[in-house]
Design a protein around this ligand. Structure first.
Ligand SMILES: [Zn+2]
Length: 262
């Protein structure tokens, strides 16, 4: 049966300059500067909007020396999406750059893999290596949301709506999930940090922040299997997203339509 069609968008909300060696375990000797962009993504039909990840706020940006361009949640409001009407938000993983700002979404139900939540609240967080990209305030917000019955925990694959699926990958974190969405362009995969850059995915070249390299490498294969083509893969932090797709919406917000490649 044909699945319903969704629109898909990326909204850039922050950026930082890094070096290539920070992005690839195997890197060439010509180590160059390269940007890392920060996005949230959202899926729309004529009835509702599903948000994927919630970004971070100004305070977190300052603490981690990121260039905060805009509040992603406020930006959604400005682009005509009533944030208070968001019923479901997918959290790909609970790192600070994906799971902040949830205090602004007091009625929303969050979808996260059970293994991600148990990892982020479990004994591994005593290790600086494991907890570095987590902010305990974000994790506590998710715990509060759970106490209000606003968290759905998934184990592996889950169909959130006809045409929207989450798939467990792990690798980068214990319970990282990716999102597969049916669009008029075909099946798109929003890989989040299963592929920080398209180059990580295309060359099967792991990103250095990795909990389980084997799962990250298998994740590249899963992304390829789930996407219509490699051109249907949306990387988590790649500045290329802004140049590969058509700008849409208000000009002062950096939103691109993932169903309109340039
Ligand atoms: Zn990230």
């Amino acid at each position: 049966m044909n699945k319903p069609l969704w629109e898909a968008y990326a909204l850039r909300y922050a950026t930082v300059q890094r070096r290539r060696l920070e992005n690839f375990i195997f890197h060439d000797l010509h180590d160059m500067a390269t940007n890392m962009d920060y996005y949230v993504w959202f899926l729309k039909n004529d009835k509702e909007t599903i948000l994927i990840d919630t970004g971070f706020n100004k305070t977190a940006a300052k603490a981690r020396k990121r260039n905060h361009l805009r509040c992603p949640i406020e930006s959604l409001n400005q682009s005509g999406i009533k944030v208070e009407d968001l019923s479901d938000v997918i959290i790909t993983h609970a790192h600070y750059d994906h799971a902040g700002n949830t205090d602004l979404l007091k009625k929303t139900r969050f979808h996260i893999q059970e293994s991600e939540m148990s990892y982020a609240t479990g004994p591994d967080m005593r290790h600086a290596f494991c907890r570095h990209a987590y902010d305990p305030h974000d994790i506590c917000e998710l715990i509060y949301a759970n106490f209000e019955d606003r968290v759905r925990f998934h184990n592996g694959v889950y169909e959130l709506r006809p045409g929207i699926e989450v798939h467990l990958v792990g690798g980068h974190t214990k319970g990282l999930q990716i999102v597969r969405v049916h669009t008029k362009r075909g099946w798109i995969v929003i890989a989040s940090d299963a592929a920080h850059y398209l180059e990580n995915f295309k060359n099967h070249s792991p990103f250095p922040i990795v909990l389980n390299t084997s799962d990250m490498l298998s994740g590249f294969e899963l992304i390829k299997d789930l996407a219509e083509s490699p051109e249907h893969v949306i990387a988590g932090h790649d500045p290329l997203t802004m140049s590969l797709y058509k700008r849409t919406g208000k000009s002062d917000l950096e939103i691109v339509s993932l169903i309109d490649p340039l």
